[in-house]
Ligand binder design. Structure first.
Ligand code: AMP
Length: 218
């Protein structure tokens, strides 16, 4: 079997990161750990975390580092992540989170961070057209000629616009990405764990570039 991997995928929201992370997790047979999905599940279930996170995520802000680090620490201690590795999607988003992740991982920590590069103008229009399945999280793009009600091809769930996909929240997230998350490129670069991969092109082309980036750094 192909060896596992311990990867962080950076990239603006709307870069196609989520879909590529799902494919990467199947390819390398490691769990896909998306902190955004974990928060959305908490909101749906109405847990105390979900209740406190909802207003922040809807406004396009960042949930407190301490909360996020606790969530990821717990998830990474599960057996699946321990054995073969993980694909982290949406975490870390700040240097504080990256430092904590290195401390949590120890000598089984992140081996490589990949920056999936897609220009801001491109992601802005994709995010405005983004629709997601409320149940399984599958992503779709609205064309203006969409079915109503829109039912997910994968699981039959409702396909909707995310509460945090308003123009204002999207711009907030893109600004925060530049100030809070882009410094991680330098952070991982300092330890030679950073590669950039072009995120434009067909999903298959991007996926090929991503797997090649992993293979060439092994
Ligand atoms: P995502 O699905 O990755 O786009 O995440 C959706 C929202 O969840 C983000 O806009 C943030 O509000 C919140 N979130 C997800 N991951 C993190 C994180 N690592 N740190 C802070 N907030 C996060």
């Amino acid at each position: 079997m192909i060896p596992g991997v311990r990867l962080v995928i950076l990239g603006r929201q709307g870069s196609g990161k989520g879909t590529q992370c799902v494919r990467l997790s199947r390819h390398f047979v490691v769990p896909h750990i998306s902190t955004g999905d974990m928060l959305r599940a908490a909101v749906r279930e109405g847990t105390p975390l979900g209740k406190s996170a909802k207003a922040v995520t809807d406004a396009g802000g960042l949930v407190n580092d301490e909360i996020m680090i606790g969530l990821v620490r717990e998830r990474l201690s599960a057996e699946d992540a321990h054995e073969r590795g993980f694909i982290l999607d949406g975490f870390p988003r700040t240097v504080t989170q990256a430092l904590a992740l290195d401390e949590i991982g120890g000598d089984r920590g992140v081996e490589l961070a990949i920056d999936l590069e897609v220009p801001r103008e491109v992601v802005l229009s994709r995010l405005l057209a983004r629709r997601v399945c409320r149940d399984c999280g599958a992503n779709y793009q609205a064309t203006g000629r969409d079915p109503r009600p829109w039912i997910c091809d994968n699981c039959g769930g409702d396909v909707v616009q995310r509460d945090d996909d308003t123009t204002e929240a999207i711009n907030n997230r893109l600004d925060l990405y530049e100030t809070q998350t882009q410094p991680l490129i330098e952070y991982y670069g300092r330890s030679s764990r950073m590669v950039a991969v072009g995120g434009t092109g067909t999903p298959d082309e991007v996926f090929d570039r991503l797997t090649r980036a992993v293979e060439t750094t092994r």
